[in-house]
Design a protein around this ligand. Sequence first.
Ligand code: PMP
Length: 437
Amino acid sequence: EPAPNDLSSFWMPFTANQAFKKDPRMLVAAEGVHYKSQDGRDILDGTAGLWCVNAGHKNPRISEAIKAQVDELDYAPTFQFGHPKAFELANRVAGLFPDGLDHVFFTNSGSESVDTALKIALAYHRGRGQGSRTRLIGRERGYHGTGFGGISVGGIVKNRMYFGSLLSGVDHLRHTHDPERNSFTRGCPVYGGELAEDLERLVGLHDASTIAAVIVEPMAGSTGVLLPPLGYLRRLREICDRHGILLIFDEVITAFGRLGTASASKYFDVKPDIITCAKGITNGVIPMGAVVVTNNIYESFMDHADAPIEFFHGYTYSGHPIAAAAGLATLDVYREDGLFERAADLAPYFEDTVHALKGRRHIRDIRNLGLVGALELEPRPGAPGARGFETMVKAYQKGVMVRVTGDILAFSPPLIIERGQIDQMFETVAACLDDVE
Ligand code: PMP
């Protein structure tokens, strides 16, 4: 019998394995904006889990809805059969996204949503007699999950380099991030919409008739909170329109209130053809994702008896009843408690508080948007990432959970956080930076 604290069998995601097992940060319970650590301490959840627990932990209305669903209908397929809550949730989700994006395909994660969206884009062109449009364009430093599609369009070279050619003909826009130029701004950088013209470079290189879609995160989260320059997304939209290229927004992080709006598309007032989401759709409580498409795309797949678009796709758990129940309850909580508005109202305070850290030790750049913040640290010479990692560990010891990617610390608390807790979160981390070499 292995001892209960034996961590040897579990293979952790990504590269944190050995470091974590030597110094485990084990979470055993949660409530509201706090976790409880195994050693009995309250840990302020500065990251809403992994950018997902937007309504806070263990919201009773969500928990009750899940329990009731388990007792009513535990599983039902949505292939050739269905159940009412999946349809109801599709309508509710569509209602939150921009007009004209009214159709929803359910998945179980962000990665599945991305792969689904890419397949929809390719199938859409093929169905319109444009089967040569097979090329997908991502962006450097983009993160789109870990499916083969997602890593191919993703902009993290080390995530994709070991897996051969992957999808053929993928290319990447240059990323727009420049801490030297961003550092004096708050919210969106006010320059650089013209950086979207990089898409014209790729169109020139590859020919528009080979390009199916461009996928970007409206705000890149996992790779360090990289904000789009003002006007960037709108210019991308215009260039895509000019060349018949579909535009996909990966809103796995930004959908469901993170920016104080239902979606980043609404925040930036730019309408993509396809939106991917996950995380906040069920408050992170049950795995679920969704792909939301324009009516034009949806209709082109439907009712073409003469030339149906072949699209064999779907998952055993698409629209799972328990996830659907969790999703409906989550959307109720967002609406009844006004959480998107609350995030919008708190955003200026959050911005002032994170920017008040300017000049504190090791900080090279400060970024924020909605209830997302980032501190980019000066890397320790010869040991990139060490300072970031040590700060995250120290903050946890002092009762605050932050997320670290290299030397970038990211903050994305539940939308129910109070002002005093925002102060605590940033002050604790700044104090840790004073203690870190
Ligand atoms: N896309 C984006 C923008 C994400 O942030 C993430 C996860 N952080 C994913 C896709 C992948 O989602 P999942 O981990 O649920 O597969």
